[in-house]
Design a protein around this ligand. Structure first.
Ligand SMILES: [Zn+2]
Length: 258
């Protein structure tokens, strides 16, 4: 079994829930006769550029082989370059703004570090560069903001798009239905033990919302704001700006014939 530790960043808010989860991963315990205590770690999403947080990650991570980013949003990526420089490793990401050309993550790619085996799954939708990372030995999936530990995620239009997001959720759902993915380790909020149930819920929620947005448009709503007022009335107003982005993505999806 891989060893998985979480360091919670002190950046709570309506969009970040309790704060950003920084994940520190290591390969499982070595077998008899193998060397112990030399396993380097992989740090996923160093999080915001807050010294106290990055110090806490560094203390837990020991020797770091690699920093990985699930996507470009600052609450995950802002501290990445400084953190990687301080521990002397590279940053790998799907966004060229955060990784050198040779360090861009590819869909399906395997990454192995001292007994830790990860597979990269490109899961665009929340943003165009969103990836999920599968721990091959136990079926844990690091989802970034593609799936959150509570509530639902945002399709951050125009970078994020609904068509790719639905395809990404369906892809992850199929992996969960086959038992390849078991638990979800999100970028915000708690670990989710039943990946299949959560992904089913996410898909259902997205299709329900799409119907509601269609309904609001036929009832005369013209702007994303008017749709939000009609469809997200029960949702806390602090997340309405984010809801407007998701609605813009849904309106575009509907107008494109989705
Ligand atoms: Zn995000």
């Amino acid at each position: 079994m891989s060893r998985i530790d979480r360091v919670l960043a002190p950046n709570p808010g309506p969009m970040t829930l309790d704060g950003t989860n920084t994940w520190v991963l290591r390969g499982g315990e070595p077998g008899p006769g193998q060397e112990t205590g030399t396993r380097r770690s992989v740090v996923v999403d160093p999080g915001p550029l807050i010294d106290g947080h990055l110090n806490a990650v560094r203390a837990l991570a020991g020797e770091v082989a690699l920093v990985l980013l699930t996507h470009r949003h600052a609450d995950h990526s802002e501290g990445a370059a400084a953190f990687a420089a301080s521990v002397g490793c590279r940053v790998r990401a799907a966004d060229p703004a955060h990784a050198a050309v040779g360090d861009l993550l590819q869909d399906g790619e395997h990454i192995e570090v001292d007994g830790l085996e990860l597979q990269v799954l490109c899961t665009p939708g929340h943003t165009s560069d969103s990836v999920s990372l599968l721990l091959l030995d136990d079926g844990d999936l690091l989802t970034g903001d593609t799936v959150l530990g509570r509530g639902t995620s945002v399709v951050a239009h125009p970078d994020g798009q609904l068509g790719p997001y639905l395809k990404s959720l369906q892809r992850l759902r199929e992996l969960a239905a086959r038992g390849v993915v078991t638990r979800l380790l999100p970028g915000h909020g708690p670990v989710l033990d039943d990946a299949l149930a959560v992904l089913d819920g996410y898909l259902e929620h997205r299709y329900d919302r799409l119907e509601q947005v269609r309904g609001a448009l036929s009832a005369g709503a013209r702007t994303p704001r008017e749709v939000v007022e009609a469809v997200y009335a029960e949702v806390d107003r602090s997340v309405w700006p984010a809801a407007e982005l998701s609605v813009a993505a849904q309106v575009e999806h509907i107008r494109a014939g989705g």
